[in-house]
Write a protein that binds this ligand. Sequence first.
Ligand code: AMP
Length: 222
Amino acid sequence: MVNIIFMGPPGSGKGTQSVMLASELAIPTISTGEVLRKEVEMKSEIGIRAKDFMNSGQLVPDEVVVDIIKNRIIEKDCDNGFIVDGFPRNISQAIVFDQMMESLNKTVDIVFDFAIDDEILVKRISGRFSCLKCGAIYNSHFKKTDKEGVCDTCESTEFVNRPDDNKDSVTKRLQVYHATADDLMEHYEKKNLLYSIDALKSVSSIFGRLIEIVQGLSKNNN
Ligand code: AMP
């Protein structure tokens, strides 16, 4: 069993990698950003509360995301481990998460930190779009569809941009990220859980590195 946190600025590729790793390890991935976007879409109470924070690139209040995580990690499919992507985002979320995990007799085993330059990120994020039907993620600078305007995975021709993937919001999100990331890294570094990942490498090479680290940990635990 392995519980993993994916840290990294928006656009660092952690979303793609967390989904790949979750599939390889047959464990769920919990993305607070993803859950919040669904809540906004459903116009739920949480969604209505979160929308303006999200669109302007700010963090939504801690208690909203803490509740999302608390309710999700007690579900049966998390018994064999899980990945959290985009949580915790600041030190107070990390402390609440530590307490939550301890009370459930669970441990955080690995924290991956995706390291990459801001300039590349702005380009990556502002070019990002996804398939409306299956959610596959593309990029007009780096990862186009094979056939223009047609999704490689499901052949749908409808695509969407995230409302917060514009330059102003991205710059704000990066500021917010840097304001809290150092403290978070220090928190997990002290616990010897932090692994820095060079997010400029190719998708397959990063994935190989993640697997290597997870396997190394399982070996040490046997
Ligand atoms: P993401 O998809 O992880 O980039 O998240 C998109 C947006 O959702 C962020 O800019 C925040 O507004 C909100 N969000 C996601 N996760 C958190 C979190 N752990 N704490 C506060 N806000 C979050």
